[in-house]
Design a protein around this ligand. Structure first.
Ligand SMILES: Cc1ncc(COP(=O)(O)O)c(C=O)c1O
Length: 379
């Protein structure tokens, strides 16, 4: 299979590019070029139906990004100033931004220290008469504990919005995410498990009426509504439809490598491997380990710096700081102490490179690099 060239540093490649492309995508792009490369045409429709069916939903609305899709939903929901949206503190800021921009007050929820996902036991205390929605983020590719969340939402009549940017193909107790709540939103950014040429997103839902409105909103509103422009192009749709054929293989390679890496990381005192809940299908978009600085003998910043300077291994800190501690949210009155578990986890996690292009021997090289750096620093 033809593939784009490897970057000089494979660890950097894994951090920035999540999928694999081949000759099939190149051919599909040329076919769409021969059709004058339209926007939002039959290839997008093909991708929408293929993807939404795969994730268990009836309808897909492809957009230019996760945020582009979430924006359509935010408009559909007609958010009034002061409506409250509960969002976990440990996520990428995008999970909160667009709802804030459309007028919602963001209420940050703490997370479960093992899964890094929103903690259902901390939700009730955040609910007020102004609460409209709970945004759940399936962090790293592991689904949230949806049963108690859906129960609370039902009880308070709240909308559950699933941020599945990390989680295409994830299963919760054998169930596809599209079957669990009204709205699931995906990202096809270049770093994700599959991509539509660097950017892209899709909202999956089961309600035809909402779909018709959101499709109009996506193309400026078609006179009936005041919409936005958030379309996916047909070149992207054609690539997305082919990427679908790679999704299961990309996910199963990630899972295999994650389990293998768990055995290697277990050799290192002071590093905790990702916890996987029973009865879920985790797709390891991110492989996050937690550092115990006192046991490891070095703090996270020093560890990350040494890995880079000594071994040229690039690791990430998804997500540091937590969203409530970002300057933009501090300016709104949020800040430290709001979500203590998320803030603690965020200060200690390190995301190691994982990629569908890797094999066990790459993971060995990574583990040995880490072991060397830890030894060196302990001297
Ligand atoms: C959890 C999460 N939500 C939302 C987004 C936003 O995705 P996009 O860049 O496609 O808008 C990302 C992107 O990295 C993400 O990680």
């Amino acid at each position: 299979m033809q593939s784009p060239r490897m970057l000089d540093n494979k660890w950097e490649l894994a951090q920035f590019y999540g999928t694999v492309y081949g000759i099939e995508e190149s051919q599909a792009i040329i076919e769409v070029l021969n059709e004058w490369a339209p926007t939002n045409n039959k290839k997008v429709r093909e991708f929408e139906s293929k993807f939404s069916e795969y994730v268990g939903g009836k309808y897909g609305i492809a957009a230019n990004s996760w945020v582009g899709a979430a924006h359509l939903l935010a408009i559909l929901m007609d958010i009034k100033k002061g409506d409250e949206f509960i969002v976990p503190a440990l996520t990428f800021q995008a999970s909160a931004n667009i709802f804030h921009r459309e007028g919602a007050k963001i209420v940050f929820a703490d997370v479960d220290p093992r899964t890094f996902n929103i903690d259902p036991t901390k939700l009730e205390e955040l609910i007020t008469p102004r609460t409209r929605a709970i945004v759940v983020v399936h962090m790293c590719g592991q689904p949230c504990d949806m049963d108690p969340i859906l129960e609370i939402a039902r009880h308070h009549n709240l909308t559950v919005i699933q941020d599945a940017a990390h989680a295409p193909g994830t299963l919760y107790k054998g169930k596809k995410l599209g079957k669990l709540s009204d709205f699931v939103i995906y990202s096809f950014h270049q770093a994700k498990n599959i991509s539509t040429l660097g950017e892209g997103g899709m909202l999956v839902t089961n309600n035809k009426e909402w779909v018709e409105k959101m499709k109009r909103l996506r193309g400026h509103g078609t006179g009936l509504y005041i919409g936005i422009s958030s379309r996916m192009t047909d070149v992207q749709g054609a690539v997305g439809a082919i990427q679908m054929d790679r999704l299961e293989s990309n996910n199963s390679i990630r899972r295999r490598l994650a389990y293998y890496m768990n055995t290697r990381i277990a050799e290192i005192e002071g590093m905790i491997v990702p916890y996987e809940m029973p009865d879920v299908y985790h797709v390891y978009h991110i492989y996050n380990v937690i550092i115990e600085p006192e046991v490891l003998g070095l703090d996270r910043g020093e560890f990350i710096k040494k890995l880079w300077t000594k071994k040229r291994i690039l690791v990430g800190t998804q997500y540091y700081p937590t969203v409530n501690c970002l300057p933009a949210y501090k300016a709104l009155g949020h800040g430290e102490g709001e979500c203590p578990v998320a803030e603690d986890i965020s200060s200690r996690l390190v995301s190691l490179p994982i990629s569908p292009r890797f094999t066990e021997s790459d993971m060995d090289e990574l583990a040995e690099g880490i072991i060397d750096v830890v030894k060196l620093c302990k001297k």
